[in-house]
Each structure stands twice: as structure tokens, then as C-alpha cells.
Design a protein around this ligand. Structure first.
Ligand code: BGP
Length: 476
């Protein structure tokens, strides 16, 4: 739809950006922190581990001051479960509570609303050792952890996110580094884990509504509109399949408290039906287990064609944004209309608007974007300059689509691109940068880790100061 004029961003729009604990904090074993699955994982050759990352644990004050300088209204970060409970449950680590108390206080002192993800890929290794999400005990460990967070930080944190990209942990856990390589029947086991995570999320939402007055909680999946490769009905059906498996399975459960029927038929066909114990569906369907809003991460759309069941066997699951396919269900297809980033991720700003519209019309809940951004090999030039015009272009186009979606009637209340500050990518190291702030380190040479404002820092500051107006006025 073409509009003569666009609606403005709401006055209280939450401009900010995101990070996650293990990708930014470092201090991986300091002050009583226990190991997580990420700390114990093998990292791809040639890329750094997460031991020091961006050293935010020691530099959070300087970092928050920089976010405040950009004018952030909110900051989305995650709490490392293993700082709070080094072994996942039972014994609380006071130093972990202290760190996040300090970070939250620092944000509030700078008028920045904390937006907290409870769990961003870093499951405590002590729980993994006992089967991780395959073990039902992890459900209650998560609920207990969530309760501890509400009790300690709920007086100041109003916005909570349960699990970051549960769908990517299920579909691309091998790339992200969360997949337990000992699983005998991985797909079946993963959907069992998925069921347990859904229960954990439901319990955390119920507790949030019970314990905290006025707090809001939502899921944080990675959602991409799925296009059919052609208008051939079989391709459309394949897109429909992938949409159910990639997107709606997760959001239907969170928002409606039931399994998506196409995803369920897929489980039946493939032998992935999870074991459901008595009482599980009641917890999932509980009226107080419903989210107050939906947070989602968006990088690109996905395009698929029909798979007739005789394609080459699937030998890789791609990564978060690279779709391979599954025999007889769907097959990844390169979208010829889209450009790709240096890392092979398709760039689709219009698809962002499509995705926003689809989520909103399906669930009718307020939305916030908790990730969106461009990973690139930034170059530090003489005089501490980083000319990341490509990032500005990417973000500008996506913010414009937010505005169009708002004009379409989508209730969007915030935008938090990935990432606030340079950090370590899930599987492609610290040279794949996303931040507004450059961190002076290389893959294996930690240098001085000093913070340098990129060109996008100054640009985003102007975007926020104008409440997005400079984007609309820009006719390019
Ligand atoms: C999302 C994750 C983030 C983040 C981002 C970029 O899937 O939630 O943790 O890292 O993608 O991905 P990558 O780091 O693989 O480039």
C-alpha cells in the first residue's frame, strides 16, 4: 500500500539496542559464575571463544554512559543464568545479583528502561550434565530462576523476555553451539526439549503475572516471513509448512496455549511427537501464561520451494538465516530479488514490514523488535574512525519499514537493533561486528578493548533525538 503521508513513531517509542550476556560480558568464570553450555562448547576453528568477549562485565559503566549519550530509551540485555545460579539451581551467587543490580541501577540513573532477557542460549552446564532441556527438572530450574529474577530485580525491571530464539535453538542449535551432540535421535529429542522449554516459558509467565504488579512479559523468537519461490501452489504449500515449523509453532503456543496443527502433523509424520505428561497442556493453556507483548528478532525473510522427497539428503541445518530444507517438507531457495550480506544473509527491509504485519494480524499483541542488524567486517581507520555507512543504510531502510508498518496499523512500541556494542557473534567470531560502538580487539589479540564511536553511533543518536523523523524526511 502506498501512503501519501506516514504516521509518526509514538512519543514514548522505545529506541534502543540489544546484547546478550555471554556475547558481551566476558569474565566467564569470575565472581562465582558457573560454566554454561557455551563456555564448555567447542568453537569453530579460527574464531575466538567467549571468555573475554567485550569485557562489559568490567566496563558496564562506561558502556551505559555511551548508550545514554546516544539517547537510548531502553537497553535489551540478558542475564547470565550461571551468574545467578552457578549450578543452575539451589545456591544463589550474591555477586551475580550484585552485578545485575548495579547494571540495572546504572541504566535507570541514565533514564534507560531495562529490557531483560532471562535466557539467551547460555544454559548452565550443571543442568546440561543432567540432560539439559531433555530433563524435565530443567523446567522447574528455569521457573525457580525466573522467580529469583522477579524477586531481586522486579522492583525496577518492567519488561521481561523469557527465552531468546527458542526456535533457532531447535532448528539451528548446531550452528549456534547449543546442540547437545550426544543426542541419539536429535530431531525427536529436540522437539521434546522444545516442549519442555514451552512449559518453562509458560511457568515463568504465570509467575511474572502472579508476583509482579504491572510488569510485562513476552517471548523472543526469531521470526521471518516465508515466501514461496514461485506462485506454484506446491511452493506456496511448502512456504506454509516452513512458516508453521519455523514461526507459528512457537508463537501459537505462547499466545494461544496450543500446538500449531500443521507443525503437529509434521511431528506425527516424522516421528517427532513429544511426550506430553498429564497436566502439561493445562499449564500451557493457563490464561495467565499469555504474553503481554511479542518481542521478535528479524534479520531476513526465508524463501522456499516444494521438496518432493527425493532431494539430496539434508546434511547441514544452515544457520539462523540460511535455510537448507527437509525432505518432503520444504527446500531452501535463494531469493533472486535480494542482496546478501558478506555472510550470506539476505537483506529484505520490505520483508520486515511483511513480517510485522503478519505477526500483528495473527496475534493482535503489541510488538517490539529485539534484534535486527548487519554483521560486517568493520575497519578501524586512522584517528579512531569507523565509516560504517553500509550499516546506516541497512538500519535506515529497516526503520523506514517500521514506520510503514506503524502506518499499516501495527502496534509497534520499540526497536532494538543488534547490537548496541560490538560483541562476539554466535559462531563467526568477533570480526563479524554489529555494534554502534567499536570494541578494539581482534579475533585472538585482545588489544586494549577500548570503545570507539562508529559513524552509525552519531547517526542513530540523531534518529533517536528526532524520534525517527529524520528517516521519514529522507526520501531516498
Ligand atoms: C541471533 C542471536 C544473537 C546474535 C544474532 C546475530 O540469532 O539471537 O545472539 O548473535 O543472531 O547472529 P550471529 O552472531 O550468528 O551473526
Amino acid at each position: 500500500m502506498y501512503y501519501e503521508s506516514l504516521k509518526s513513531f509514538p512519543d514514548d517509542f522505545l529506541w534502543g539496542a540489544s546484547t546478550s550476556a555471554y556475547q558481551i560480558e566476558g569474565a566467564w568464570d569470575e565472581d562465582g559464575k558457573g560454566p554454561s553450555v557455551i563456555d564448555m562448547a567447542q568453537h569453530p576453528e579460527g574464531v575466538t571463544d567467549f571468555k573475554v568477549a567485550s569485557d562489559h562485565y568490567h566496563r558496564y559503566k562506561e558502556d551505559v554512559a555511551l548508550l545514554a549519550e546516544m539517547g537510548f530509551k531502553t537497553y535489551r540485555f540478558s542475564i547470565a543464568w550461571t551468574r545467578i545460579y552457578p549450578k543452575g539451581t539451589v545456591e544463589i551467587n550474591p555477586k551475580g545479583i550484585e552485578f545485575y543490580n548495579n547494571l540495572i541501577d546504572e541504566l535507570i540513573a541514565h533514564d534507560i528502561e531495562p529490557l531483560v532477557t532471562m535466557y539467551h542460549f547460555d544454559l548452565p552446564y550443571a543442568l546440561q550434565d543432567k540432560g539439559g532441556w531433555s530433563n524435565r527438572e530443567t523446567i522447574d530450574a528455569f521457573a525457580n530462576y525466573a522467580k529469583t529474577l522477579y524477586e531481586n530485580f522486579g522492583d525496577r525491571v518492567k519488561y521481561w523476555l523469557t527465552i531468546n530464539e527458542q526456535n533457532m535453538m531447535i532448528l539451528h542449535g548446531d550452528a549456534i553451539g547449543t546442540l547437545d551432540s550426544n543426542l541419539e535421535n536429535p530431531e525427536k529429542e529436540l522437539y521434546q526439549q522444545n516442549h519442555h522449554m514451552m512449559l518453562a516459558q509458560a511457568k515463568a509467565m504465570i509467575l511474572c503475572h502472579q508476583i509482579l504488579d504491572g510488569a510485562k512479559i513476552g517471548p523472543a523468537p526469531n521470526i521471518s516471513a516465508v515466501y514461496p519461490a514461485t506462485s506454484k501452489p506446491e511452493d506456496v504449500l511448502a512456504a506454509n509448512n516452513f512458516n508453521a515449523i519455523r514461526n507459528w509453532l512457537y508463537l501459537d503456543m505462547a499466545c494461544f496455549g496450543r500446538y500449531n496443527s500443521v507443525a503437529w502433523s509434521y511431528f506425527e509424520e516424522k516421528g517427532y511427537v513429544p511426550e506430553i505428561q498429564e497436566g502439561d497442556m493445562e499449564i500451557l493453556a493457563d490464561a495467565t501464561a499469555r504474553p503481554d507483548f511479542i518481542a521478535f528478532n528479524y534479520y531476513s525473510t526465508a524463501t522456499v520451494e516444494a521438496s518432493r522427497g527425493n532431494d539430496d539428503a539434508k546434511n547441514s541445518t544452515g544457520d539462523q538465516q540460511i535455510v537448507i530444507g527437509e525432505q518432503g517438507v520444504y527446500k531452501g531457495h535463494t531469493n533472486q530479488y535480494l542482496e546478501k550480506t558478506e555472510f550470506g544473509w539476505e537483506v529484505d527491509p520490505v520483508g520486515f514490514r511483511v513480517t510485522l504485519r503478519e505477526i500483528y494480524s495473527r496475534y493482535n499483541l503489541p510488538l517490539i523488535v529485539t534484534e535486527n542488524g548487519l554483521g560486517a567486517f568493520d575497519k578501524l581507520e586512522e584517528g579512531d574512525v569507523v565509516n560504517d555507512d553500509y550499516r546506516i543504510e541497512y538500519l535506515k531502510k529497516h526503520i523506514k519499514q517500521c514506520q510503514l508498518a506503524i502506518t499499516d496499523g501495527v502496534e509497534l512500541f520499540g526497536y532494538c537493533p543488534w547490537s548496541a556494542i560490538d560483541l562476539v557473534s554466535t559462531h563467526q567470531g568477533s570480526s563479524k561486528r554489529y555494534g554502534f560502538i567499536y570494541v578494539n580487539r581482534e579475533e585472538f589479540d585482545l588489544k586494549d578493548l577500548r570503545r570507539i564511536k562508529k559513524k552509525s553511533f552519531y547517526w542513530y543518536k540523531d534518529v533517536i533525538a528526532s524520534n525517527g523523523a529524520i528517516i521519514v524526511e529522507d526520501k531516498n
